[in-house]
Design a binder for this molecule. Structure first.
Ligand code: 6R9
Length: 660
């Protein structure tokens, strides 16, 4: 990947006059006015927007309660319901017959669902959940692939005040078990199977396995949506077909009006330790930012067709499939499949077929589709009619300027602004991003903070660093959609995000960043903790190390680092010491495969190390610490410039050269 240029010497791209004129936030002066409004009276600013974008059952009287900082409360005495805001409210506004979801299955079949139908389905599931004893505050695990049922299941939980925790369909039984155990979920919603890239893959069978691993006593029911009709063993009393549960349920269900701080969902994400954290989001503040960013960053209008390609198992799917676009009454695509099936022109064909106007995807997808397009003109975007597009977005990892320019030119036809949106599971919605009718774009830079977000770059002591100097990305003021706590572990929340280094005052994002000297534009330089970003998926190095060493019959010790990769952004590189002698050749290959399969079983296939290297030991200091910086150099294949004089065992460096 080419190095990110500093914005000062980079090419600047401007939105067209026409785009600026029609945008929800139109022109730099409008952006600055919003920032100024937030600066002048922070609470009044967020209070105004919360009243404009959200329909409250009981209006709030206080915007921000910081009396127990960093456990901030927003709009605390207001009550609302997220599903009412996403569904009923649109129908009341006359959008009942409008298409909410355009579902395209892996095989290409298209199903359109109106707001009225989505509400009916949501209510039936909500009533079904109630009929099996699920109510306000109960946790429900949703382990399902991209589907109307998945979106409706999330909305149904929100409707009755149950807290959903979606687990990405690529995670293993072990990962499902861990999340069931940590949430204490009463029910799991899943499907018989999922269909991706022409293959039928298990879901219910993995849930069954998870429930045999122990620690899942909280689960009373497993609700199974029929996707492929595969033969499945059903455990009597526990397992129920979703179709039976909702068969005689009414299509109306009075929303449960919850306090703004009531948890809407938990979503597990990787941190610096071996155990994923259950990020807890609120109902009011979260929904506000999901709606507001969909409106301002994506400039969503009544006749747009919006497509976010993320899975509902990730935060991007929560904010920009299930909640944001629906809260605004938008029409959006829900895609079951993968970008390369039946061929790598699938995205472009779908944009053409559905006349998609706003397209939001990840740099990894773009990079892999560039490769495919360069190899085969038939799957090149220019072989499709993409003239419906007016805006493009990027998320999940830094986008390298070459990929940005290709996206702009070949997909956007030099006409569509690109919003490079920086944010995190913890932030709930966009934090630093261009606004499409405002911001001159610089490839590789996420440009400027969203109005009201006080992003800054500081040194280790919390002091602002001057522009042009890299540092630690923080957010100085709380914002409505911020993480509320880590489920069951408030201490870890404080330590991870409001560390004493900054007197507990600033939110620590975990990324490094640099601002341009002239423009003040932000460029994210990557994680500063032990978190890797592989194809836009977050993974902790410790998590993968734990998975490797849990293969106790083989592994004595393991260290995992990231290295740059042209397609996936970062790749996982594992250094492994076996209990037996160091393997070579075919034997090493076979053991490497065994270890990859083991990691896939422990976490999921996305965590499989790309490189595995075996040593009789790992490079350690005399005090026994693994020299990770050195491992990073080895993984990259760069010359060792670090001081190796403290290295206990220099001879093993040559062993660690060989990749399997
Ligand atoms: C939304 C999401 C968060 C981490 C984040 C950062 C990286 C996300 C980015 C970006 C550069 C962007 N990241 N967007 N880096 N530019 N536009 O991806 O959430 O899965 O929690 O990952 O992803 O490192 O800290 P999540």
């Amino acid at each position: 990947m080419s190095a990110t240029p500093t914005p000062a010497d980079a090419v600047v791209y401007l939105p067209s006059e026409d785009f600026v004129k029609n945008a929800h936030v139109s022109g730099m002066a409008a952006y600055q006015a919003l920032c100024q409004e937030a600066e002048t009276d922070y609470q009044a600013y967020w209070g105004r927007l919360a009243k404009e974008l959200i329909t409250w059952k009981t209006p709030f009287t206080q915007v921000l309660d910081d009396s127990q900082a960093p456990f901030f409360k927003w709009f605390a005495d207001g009550t609302l319901n997220a599903s009412y805001n996403c569904l009923d409210r649109n129908i009341e506004r006359g959008l009942g017959d409008k298409t909410a979801l355009i579902f395209e299955a892996d095989g290409g079949e298209v199903t359109k669902t109106s707001y009225r139908d989505l509400l009916a389905k949501t209510c039936q599931i909500a009533n079904g959940l109630k009929s099996i004893g699920i109510g306000k505050g109960d946790r429900v695990i949703i382990y399902i692939s991209m589907s109307i049922d998945g979106v409706a299941a999330m909305q149904a939980c929100a409707r009755i005040g149950a807290i959903h925790s979606v687990v990405f369909g690529g995670f293993s039984a072990q990962s499902v078990r861990d999340r069931v155990q940590d949430t204490g979920a009463k029910a799991i919603i899943t499907a018989d199977q999922q269909v991706r890239g022409g293959k039928h893959l298990p879901l219910k069978a993995i849930v069954d396995e998870a429930l045999t691993l122990g620690g899942c006593e909280s689960v009373q029911h497993v609700l199974v949506v029929k996707r492929t009709g595969a033969e499945l063993p059903m455990t009597a009393g526990r397992d129920l077909w979703m179709s039976d549960v909702i068969a005689n349920q009414p299509t109306v269900c009075e929303p449960e009006w919850v306090e703004a701080e009531h948890p809407l969902f938990l979503l597990y994400t990787s941190g610096s330790t071996g155990k994923p954290k259950g990020v807890q989001h609120s109902t009011g503040g979260y929904l506000l930012h999901a709606a507001l960013t969909t409106k301002w960053t994506f400039d969503l209008k009544a006749d747009d067709v919006f497509w976010c390609t993320a899975d509902i198992g990730w935060v991007t799917g929560h904010s920009y499939i299930t909640y944001g676009p629906l809260s605004l009454g938008g029409t959006e695509i829900v895609f079951e499949g993968v970008p390369t099936y039946p061929d790598a022109g699938r995205f472009w064909k779908m944009i053409q077929d559905h006349k998609v106007s706003i397209f939001y995807t990840a740099p990894t997808a773009i990079r892999s589709l560039i490769k495919a397009a360069e190899a085969n003109a038939a799957v090149h975007p220019k072989s499709y009619d993409l003239s419906s597009l007016r805006l493009l977005g990027s998320v999940g990892e830094p986008i390298n300027p070459a990929a940005w320019e290709w996206y702009y030119r070949e997909v956007g036809g030099n006409r569509c602004p690109i919003v490079d949106t920086f944010w995190q599971t913890e932030t709930g919605g966009h934090m630093i991003t261009p606004l499409p009718g405002v911001t001159p774009m610089v490839p590789g830079s996420c440009t400027l903070p969203f109005p009201g977000i006080q992003a800054a770059i500081v040194d280790e002591t919390g002091k602002d660093v001057p522009n042009g100097q890299g540092g630690i990305l923080v957010v100085k003021k709380p914002w409505p959609s911020m993480i509320r706590t880590i489920w069951g572990d408030p201490d870890r929340f404080v330590k991870s995000y409001y560390p004493a280094d900054f007197q507990g005052k600033y939110y620590l994002a975990g990324d490094g960043a640099i601002r341009d000297e002239k423009t003040g534009y932000f460029t994210i330089t990557g994680r500063i903790d032990d978190v890797l970003n592989v194809s836009g998926h977050r993974m902790g190095t410790m998590e993968i190390e734990s998975a490797l060493v849990s293969c106790t019959e083989l592994v004595a010790e393991a260290a995992v680092v990231g290295r740059p990769d042209d397609t996936t952004g970062e790749a996982i590189c594992a250094f492994v010491v076996l209990k037996r002698s160091r393997p070579e050749g075919d034997e090493a290959k076979a053991i490497a495969k065994q270890l990859r399969d083991h990691v896939a079983k422990e976490i999921g296939p996305i965590a499989k190390p790309k490189d595995i290297r075996f040593g009789e030991n790992l490079p350690k200091t005399r005090s026994g610490k693994i020299m990770r910086r050195l491992l990073r150099s080895l993984a990259k294949g760069e010359a060792i410039t670090q001081d190796t004089s403290t290295l206990e065992n220099p001879a093993i460096l040559t062993q660690l050269d060989q990749t399997y």
